[in-house]
Design a protein around this ligand. Structure first.
Ligand SMILES: Cc1ncc(COP(=O)(O)O)c(C=O)c1O
Length: 371
């Protein structure tokens, strides 16, 4: 299905996401350049420890993307050759990272209200697994307890910075490790518009990620390497930018919450719309919606094109992994993913970012109401 066309030069064009860059980020990055400190240094170390602490973890090991964070975490857990479950309703980076780490993805369907992985289905195939990745989809926490599972759970928290579970635990602190993305559309980003981090309370695991991200340099003889590893480091400009974003995090999160409230107010009573079930504590990354399953008037493509014509960019929910040609081979005999397919058919999300204003949200809601 073709993407709707957008005229991005329209002065009233609203993108689905945009990073927030202020004088503080510019000055932090220039500071790193003036110190001629471009590769990893004190700013990356500061960013790692502050970000990890804000997510209830003692250790953070940064890298160059969320995908790398997933691959490094899987490798650091020693899972090569094993089967790792992940939701079918996923960003493709997740099974790709599993495969890059030398493992086999096993897909699991979603539960319908949130779109998050269905833990009862995960349980039913758990004997064949060595680990599972749960994605806090569009910021909604997967309420799992690590002690319920006989294998490690990795949290994919790419879309859920600063979110929390029902009991107040930070998202990112419950699994063996959590992986975050700092791609430019995320709640916070870095100067590179790319980046990632693995957070954990396991010091040995964090050290192993740090070893694997940087060519497995051994202590002692400098260019002696004892294992296969990667060049996946985060640079100092990215770390400096990230620290400046952390300095501003409270007003940034409050503004996102204000915008979500305005969306709820503006969308109330539109009978052809359904909302993702989003408990308190969910991170406000994007504004996910779906067509009500009673709606027979139009499809998601129609809604997206209608909004596009009004200068408003949207995205569909993820196209499920079993429908991706390079991943079909991993579908097990008899597996069905009815919920993921249904959510993909009906799901889309609206713009949410720091520089969006309540008046923009009102315009988006008015446009939706006019359909
Ligand atoms: C759920 C999820 N996991 C992983 C990633 C990959 O992160 P990156 O793009 O930083 O590699 C993304 C998004 O970008 C994502 O949404």
């Amino acid at each position: 299905m073709a993407e709707p066309c957008f005229n991005r030069s329209r002065t009233d064009f609203i993108p689905v996401a945009r990073p927030s860059v202020t004088a503080a980020e510019v000055s932090a990055v220039v500071g790193a350049m003036r110190d001629v400190q471009l590769s990893q240094g004190p700013r990356v170390a500061e960013f790692e420890s502050r970000f990890a602490a804000m997510h209830g973890c003692a250790h953070g090991a940064s890298c160059n993307s969320g995908t790398s964070a997933l691959q490094l975490a899987i490798e650091a857990l020693g899972l090569r050759g094993k089967r790792i479950a992940c939701p079918a309703m996923a960003m493709v980076a997740v099974p790709n990272a599993i495969i890059s780490a030398g493992c086999t993805p096993v897909f699991v369907d979603s539960e319908p209200a949130s779109g998050n992985v269905d833990l009862s289905q995960l349980d039913s195939i758990s004997d064949s697994l060595a680990a599972a990745i749960v994605i806090h989809l569009y910021g909604v926490p997967v309420e799992f307890r690590a002690s319920d599972w006989k294998f490690p759970i990795l949290e994919d928290a790419a879309e859920s910075h600063f979110g929390s579970f029902a009991n107040g635990d930070q998202i990112g602190s419950r699994g063996a490790a959590a992986c975050f993305s700092f791609f430019a559309n995320k709640i916070i980003t870095t100067a590179a518009g790319e980046g990632g981090i693995v957070t954990t309370n396991d010091q040995a695991l964090a050290e192993r990620v740090k070893l694997l991200r940087a060519h497995a340099f051994t202590a002692g003889e400098h260019f002696h390497h004892t294992e296969h590893a990667h060049g996946m480091r985060m640079g100092e400009l990215a770390g400096a930018f990230g620290c400046a974003q952390l300095d501003r995090i409270m007003p940034m999160l409050l503004h996102r919450a204000r915008l979500v409230k305005a969306y709820h107010h503006g969308l109330v009573g539109i009978e052809w719309l359904d909302h993702q079930c989003r408990p308190m504590g969910s991170a406000n990354w994007v504004m996910p919606l779906m067509l009500a399953n009673t709606n027979e008037r139009f499809n998601v493509q129609f809604v997206r094109e209608y909004l596009a014509a009004a200068g408003i960019e949207t995205r569909r929910w993820f196209k499920p992994m079993h429908m991706q040609p390079h991943l079909e081979q991993f579908v097990l005999p008899g597996q069905e993913f009815d919920v993921a397919e249904d959510l993909w058919e009906r799901g889309f999300y609206l713009p949410l970012f720091h520089d969006l204003e309540v008046a923009d949200v009102e315009r988006i809601c008015a446009t939706l109401r006019s359909i």
